[in-house]
Design a protein around this ligand. Sequence first.
Ligand code: ZN
Ligand code: ZN
Length: 533
Amino acid sequence: MGMDQFDPLLPIPNKEQKLRDLAFCTIWLDSLKQFSNVQLSASDRTDYYLLKGLLESKQWYLSEFKAWEWQASSGIGGRIDLILNRDKEIPKKARDLYELLSKMPAYFSQCKKNLTDPSLEHTRLALQRLEGSRDLFSVKIARFIEELETQHDPLSTMLQSKMPSMVDRASKSMEDFIEHLRINVQQEINTDPNRRSFRIGKEMYAEKFKYDIAGQFTAQEIFDYGLAEKELIHNKMQIIASQLWGKYFQTENANPSLADVGKLINEIAKNHVSRDEYFEAIKSQIPELEAFVNEKDLIWLDPEKPLEVRETPGYMRGVAGASISAPGPYEKMRPTFYNVTPLDHYTDEEAESYLREYNHYILQILNIHEAVPGHYTQLMYANESPSLIKSLFGNGTMIEGWACYVERMMLEEGYGDNAPEMWLMYYKWNLRELCNMLIDIGVHANDMSKEDVMHILVNEAFQESAEAEGKWRRVQYTSVQLCSYYTGLIEILQLREDVKKAKGEDFSLKAFHEDFLSYGSAPVKYIRDLMGY
Ligand code: ZN
Ligand code: ZN
């Protein structure tokens, strides 16, 4: 979170460490009890519930979920990169790096022991990410050592002689772990019919949903809500399709079917950037979005905080196409990175499929979601929140809900000139959020097959095959997280409606947004409470 003195810490995930973690939870839950009957301010009460929820969740993960037994570790590439990117003197960075690297052999050897029942899918993901970490050693650390060699202070001189062999030992321990996983994939779990499934099951799912989402709905409730909403969205899309049909197909179609809607979307999706323009197109859109937000006075944006668009580092690749890495509350001045995965590892066909999915319209919605006024803007406000608890222990449902909410809000305010194409594509995107929730619950709690997942995503959510395949991969690696988008969106929309009703003519969208974000990344139900609704 920005306290760089902890950069070299790497707890070895052994039994003693788990017992220490469990004891930590027990002790602090016990200490929290003294506040259960005390009169607290609204903000303190929310912090109390957040901490209690966090500790109970940690306890559950340690004693029930036990990820270390079946999900292979992806290594510590992010930690190494963090140290290398710190704005810090070279000798101090070198000391942190040296210390972290020295713990890697013990870390990986423990991970190997922990992995008693690996799932094939998680092992494959870990392999991809560990292999993506190799350039940290061969390129980034090597470059850093060259820098270190130009230093002449005593600490640097000492580390200059010790660093290369330590780098070597650390990298060998990672290679050893990679080899272990590779053998696992080839020989053991691949052929074992009783191997651990990536599906977490109905019971575990309901629990995980409660801890991770921390919202007002149960998994079943939002599932039912989403099913009904899916029909309404399909109807709206069919109306738009009938209006646009003549423009794209030079004939009339008064009653387009869902397949017709898909056909029209495919036609409109031909409007996309080329694979070489992709990165620059994203970069150049950020200032345009900022200008729109300012012009419409939708929310105050801090012009002092920079957003850097960069290529996604290797150790982070494999799941999402674009993401935000924001500074923690203790490092407010570090830049926020907008990670964009370039399309260079794609074949021409894959790139075309991806670019049609992220066509001219969707690419703008993606940028609204990830950057302005989505994640980038929200996390900026969260770092200013007076409650450290809330900015440290952010609630993913509120965070993703906000990013999904602003997509719709921007369009409602006229972004994209109310073009029917823009709205049609928005509904497609919105369906994706909705169907992510449906398939996540379906796959993990109801044994939904890959065929059913592909049918929902391709036929009912109009996705390109590459995107749908990617989602199938993601739903194997993660659970519940895919529900946070839609669940959070619905919670925020319902809250806004309630505020609108109560304020009547005095309702201001800007005031609502700034008030909502001022409480930090707390669950929406607590923010609702703090706002007095
Ligand atoms: Zn094309
Ligand atoms: Zn997001």
